[in-house]
Design a protein around this ligand. Structure first.
Ligand SMILES: *Cc1c(COP(=O)(O)O)cnc(C)c1O
Length: 377
């Protein structure tokens, strides 16, 4: 057991215990656990918060991506561009549906895919792009939407790590990340920035027709009860989770501020170390710090992680293996040589503890231990 964990969900719960317990009791007393007013109310408040026309909740973030893709009715073998440096879900659902994930390299500073890398991967069969807003910062969406428009491609944002982030458009107008592409998908996994107490996910879109179809697919393809027009799935957010999320949404902006303050403190304290790169905030997005991810130079990442572990401090490597080297996706053209930035990042990234309950006092322990690490050894 680490003395200093990556996240502190218990501490967060203690601060909102009375609100959460009351919301849960109300659901228990109502006897309505599936669908119903609590789920609908959460969907509406999230839609208002994000500034999107429709939010359709579902069972988890992976389902959100799958259902979003199903709603596009692409032909078998359609190519969909994804980053190679991401969580498996992004590409997994593409393969599951019989499409081809085309894994591209990411920018080594923002960790996200960029327009130039997408353009180089376009073929006759490209039908969609799934940009992932990794670690809490939006991709450069204006340039991605421009390519998409030019080539008639769908854009599904994987917003599982950046819900609440603000994208700043080239015309200086702001939009919430996840609401810029045709469809946005997110996850309410407990450790995500807006997390429930189990599994949950949601899909958002401004397109009325897509919204109707997505709602049908998530509910056995039915428009009316026992009338199944298309093949769907069973993917629902339950009322208990929706009740938890409604409470947490009231605190969400405060939670983001807490993460941003903790990140600023790390960066201030660590920036003098020339063997560490601290995260860079891009001009086109603020950062909601789902993860605070440093890059450790000189091949010392694993040694630093070991050093922290011995001091009882947790840290995580997101992600240690490029998607194109995962057995599930082999054979894959990319796997032989690899992609330069993805390979570098898999060897260098280290995510430090980041959550809403982090205090400068806890961070001082982490920072002190990092500074004690002898990088010359
Ligand atoms: C967490 C995550 C998902 C999947 O969410 P689940 O709710 O765990 O299914 C998808 N994409 C990214 C980038 C994630 O971080």
């Amino acid at each position: 057991m680490s003395k200093i964990p990556m996240v502190d969900l218990k501490g967060q719960y203690q601060h909102i215990k009375s609100e959460i317990d009351e919301a849960i009791s109300e659901v228990l007393a109502s006897g309505q656990f599936i669908k119903g007013p609590v789920v609908a109310a959460f969907e509406q408040s999230l839609a208002d918060h994000l500034g999107t026309a429709h939010v359709i909740s579902c069972a988890n973030g992976t389902d959100a991506l799958q259902i979003a893709l199903m709603s596009l009715d692409l032909e078998p073998g359609a190519e969909i561009i994804v980053p190679s440096f991401t969580y498996v879900s992004t590409a997994e659902v593409i393969s599951l549906l019989g499409y081809t994930p085309v894994m591209i390299d990411v920018d080594p500073v923002s960790f996200n895919i960029s327009a130039a890398q997408i353009e180089a991967a376009l073929t006759e069969r490209t039908r969609a792009i799934v940009p992932v807003h990794l670690f809490g910062q939006s991709c450069d969406m204006d340039s991605i939407m421009k390519i998409a428009k030019l080539h008639g491609l769908f854009v599904i944002e994987d917003n599982a790590q950046a819900i609440g982030a603000t994208y700043i458009g080239t015309d200086q107008t702001n939009a919430m990340s996840g609401t810029i592409g045709h469809i946005g998908c997110t996850s309410f996994f407990p450790t995500k920035n807006l997390g429930c107490y189990g599994d949950g996910g949601a899909i958002c879109t401004d397109d009325d027709a897509l919204a109707e179809k997505i709602r049908m697919i998530a509910n056995h393809g039915q428009r009316k009860k026992y009338q199944h027009d298309i093949i769907g799935v069973n993917s629902r957010l339950d009322a208990l989770q929706a009740a938890v999320l409604s409470v947490k949404l009231r605190h969400f902006e405060q939670y983001i501020k807490a993460r941003q303050m903790a990140a600023a403190y790390y960066t201030e304290q660590l920036q003098d170390l020339d063997w560490i790169d601290t995260p860079i905030e891009s001009q086109y997005s603020n950062h909601v710090y789902h993860q605070y991810t440093i890059k450790v130079k000189l091949g010392k990442r694993d040694a630093l992680q070991q050093h922290l572990k011995q001091a009882g401090i947790a840290s995580m490597v997101y992600y240690p293996i490029p998607l194109y080297r995962q057995a599930a996706f082999l054979p894959n053209d990319v796997a032989r040589d690899g992609l330069q930035h993805t390979e570098m990042l898999c060897d260098a990234v280290l995510s430090l503890p980041m959550h809403t309950e982090l205090t400068p006092a806890i961070q001082d322990v982490i920072i002190k231990e990092i500074k004690l690490f002898d990088v010359t050894q």
